[in-house]
Design a protein around this ligand. Sequence first.
Ligand code: UT7
Length: 331
Amino acid sequence: MEKLRAAITAVHAWVPDYVLTNQELETMVETNDEWIQTRTGIKERRILKEPGEGTSKIGVESVNGLLKKRGISADEIDLLICATTTPDLVFPATANIICDKVGAKNAFGYDLSAACSGFLFALVTGSKFIESGQYKKVVVVGADKMSAIIDYTDRATCIIFGDGGGAVLLEPNTEGYGVYDSILKSDGNGRHYLHQKAGGSVKPPTHATVDAREHFVYQEGQTVFKFAVKGMADVSAEIMERNHLKAEDIAWLVPHQANKRIIDATASRMGVGMEKVMLNIQKYGNTTNGTLPLCLWEWEKQLHKGDNLILSAFGGGFTWGSIYLKWAYNS
Ligand code: UT7
């Protein structure tokens, strides 16, 4: 019997119906489809427009789909971790709201905040609960309603982000499948280049902070870009090296979808051809915590038991990291 590992045993994701195209953005800010596609790879993104709905809507749809697929009921969930940067409320945690709405009565839940690396960090955290032997079914949600914190008069950020997300179920595996290794990193000095200026305890919301548009994402794009290229490529190469993986051993790279150029650089550093890279940024843009589960969901049918996957992300904080796992099922 192999060592006890946490394996992904189901995945589901959800995006809202409304499609915000580059053409529509051209009517809102001084930009154009060609610039957006060349600089980012994005053609369109989804926006959650339903009044009264927040990130938990994405989580609930994803978790309900996940439970149906796996054929289990909500009260079998032991723990639900929600990685998000756009919680429904400052408190309580969106994880609790999702648990309540899906009927996960026996689960405890909490949110995890690590910006675009949140799902990766939460997947590692959830895996440790499984590896402890104490928990049998852990759900990890990665979801964001980025449109809630995006300034649609700022062309440097509004073209990038979208709404959406997904969820995975983690279960114990002793047959050699699941999470093998992870590298997680953070550098708080990076906070200066990507953050939301007001709404937290340093600068609680006031009329003045709202008037100054400080409740929106602030990003120094070029600086973040440079750190992201280096961070994501370094950590992906490092996890390959220390697990003695060559490019041909890797079935799929599952990268955070922030900018196609960052993904290209990471794949090239790993020596992995683009045919092995999950890429859906053109359809969804950057959904922050949603990108990795959205990729796994879209590619699920092409994944085979035993496939080596490298998941990598970089985000605000700065935070970044990589996971090496062996896929556990054929769908
Ligand atoms: O997921 C979390 C982590 N975030 C990231 O990884 C994002 C990292 N950064 C990026 O992806 C890129 O920096 C951006 C997509 C945000 C920007 O692309 P860039 O190639 O770094 O553009 P830039 O900021 O250097 O701007 C180049 C030019 C500027 O004009 P000048 O000064 O050369 O005349 C900008 O004013 O493009 C202009 N520009 C635009 N033009 C048309 C900036 N935004 C736009 C726009 N449409 N939307």
